[in-house]
Design a binder for this molecule. Structure first.
Ligand code: SF4
Length: 339
C-alpha cells in the first residue's frame, strides 16, 4: 500500500467545496480525519460536515497530530483508504501510508500595508528575512512588496526537501531562513505563539521578531542567549552520564533510525553505554524507573527543546549529545535540524 512520497497527496487551502468535491471523486471506502490538538474541540463537527458533503464514511483519529510527520498509521485506521489531515502542509520527503489530503487551513486575513507600517514604526533593521506559519503564507507576497516600498530589503528562500514552501516555518526545520541568515540583520516571523520564534531563534543567530498578522501586533525578539544558555546547562547536566537511552520514534516522519545507530556507535566509541528505545508517541512516564542517566532524542527535536523539563532525566538533541562527547563545541549552538 506504500506510495512513493508525494504520489497520492493533494493539498487544499481550507475546508470547503474544493475538498468535498475531491473526496467524492476519490470514492474512498473510508476516510480517517486527523486534526491537531488545537482543533479537537470542533473535530466532530468537521467529521459530520465531511460525511454530509462527500457522502463518504468518515472516522476521526483519536490521536491528534503534532505535524505532517505523524499522520495516522495503517494500524490506527486499518480500513481507511484516504486520510485527511488538518492544519499542516505536507512534508515532501515523508512517505505516507495511504492517499492523504492536507488541508492547510490558510488564513486570508491580515492587512499587508498596516503590517508593514507597524514594522517600519518599530525601526527594525532594513535587511529582513521573513518566515511564516503555513496558515499565513499567502500574505507574504503583498507584505514583501509593502515592506519594500518602505525601504526594507526582504529575503525569502526555499528550504530543503522537508519544506513544501519558501519561507515556511516548520518546528524542526528552518533551512529556508538559514539560507538567508548571512544576508539579513533580523527575521520577522508571521504568525502567533512562541513555538516558531523559539525554534527560529535557536536555528539562526539573528533577532527574531514576531508579527501577529491578524492583531497587527509586533513582539520584540525573545532572549536567544537565555534559550541557548538553558540548553548548555542541559548539556552540562548530562556530561558525566555513562548510561544513555537513545530515543527513536516509529512515526513515518520522525524516524531517524540511521542517526540513532550512528549515535550509538559514537557513544560506545567514547566508552559510554547506549541502548535504543523505540516508541511511537513518547510519554515522559515511559522513561520513569529506567536505569539510564540521560537520553538523546532522535524523534521530534522539540521534545528535548520544549518539553525537556517533563522528563525524569536530561533529554538532549543529537548535536547536544555530540557536545557531551566533545565532538562538537558548545558554541556556536547547533539546532537539531531534521532534514
Ligand atoms: S518532527 Fe516535530 S517539529 Fe517537525 S513536523 Fe513533526 S512535530 Fe513538527
Amino acid at each position: 500500500m506504500d506510495d512513493p512520497p508525494g504520489a497520492s497527496v493533494k493539498v487544499f487551502p481550507t475546508i470547503g467545496p474544493e475538498l468535498f468535491h475531491a473526496v467524492r471523486a476519490a470514492h474512498p471506502t473510508r476516510v480517517v480525519l486527523q486534526v491537531p490538538a488545537g482543533l479537537v474541540r470542533n473535530a466532530h463537527e468537521v467529521v459530520e460536515r465531511l460525511r454530509a458533503e462527500s457522502g463518504a464514511p468518515v472516522i476521526l483519529a483519536t490521536r491528534p497530530c503534532f505535524g505532517a510527520c505523524d499522520v495516522p498509521s495503517l494500524e490506527e485506521a486499518p480500513r481507511a483508504d484516504l486520510a485527511i489531515v488538518l492544519g499542516h502542509a505536507p512534508i515532501p520527503n515523508v512517505r505516507l501510508p495511504r492517499r492523504t489530503f492536507f488541508v492547510e487551513m490558510r488564513e486570508p486575513g491580515g492587512d499587508p500595508e498596516a503590517l508593514a507600517a507597524t514594522v517600519a514604526a518599530a525601526n527594525l533593521p532594513r535587511r529582513l528575512g521573513l518566515v511564516a506559519s503555513v496558515q499565513h503564507l499567502d500574505l507574504l507576497p503583498a507584505l514583501t512588496a509593502a515592506l519594500a516600498q518602505r525601504g526594507f530589503e526582504v529575503l525569502v528562500e526555499q528550504g530543503d526537501r522537508r519544506l513544501a514552501y519558501p519561507a515556511q516555518a516548520l518546528g524542526c526545520n528552518y533551512t529556508g531562513a538559514e539560507a538567508v541568515a548571512d544576508r539579513v540583520d533580523a527575521f520577522v516571523f508571521l504568525g502567533t505563539g512562541r513555538f516558531h520564534p523559539v525554534g527560529l531563534a535557536l536555528a539562526v543567530d539573528r533577532p527574531v521578531w514576531s508579527l501577529d498578522p491578524l492583531q497587527n501586533q509586533l513582539e520584540p525578539p525573545i532572549d536567544r542567549a537565555r534559550l541557548i544558555g538553558r540548553r548548555q546547562l542541559a548539556v552540562a547536566a548530562a556530561r558525566d552520564a555513562r548510561r544513555w537511552g537513545i530515543l527513536v520514534s516509529t512515526f513515518g516522519g520522525q524516524n531517524r533510525s540511521p542517526t540513532a545507530l550512528r549515535l550509538q556507535e559514537r557513544a560506545r566509541a567514547a566508552g559510554r553505554e547506549a541502548e535504543l528505545l523505540y516508541f511511537d508517541r513518547l510519554d515522559p512516564r515511559d522513561l520513569e524507573g529506567r536505569a539510564f542517566e540521560a537520553y538523546v532524542n532522535t524523534a521530534c527535536p522539540r521534545i528535548a527543546l520544549d518539553d525537556g523539563q517533563s522528563y525524569p532525566r536530561p533529554v538532549l538533541t543529537p548535536p547536544e549529545f555530540l557536545m557531551v562527547l566533545g565532538e562538537l563545541p558548545l558554541a556556536p549552538y547547533r539546532f537539531d535540524t531534521y532534514h
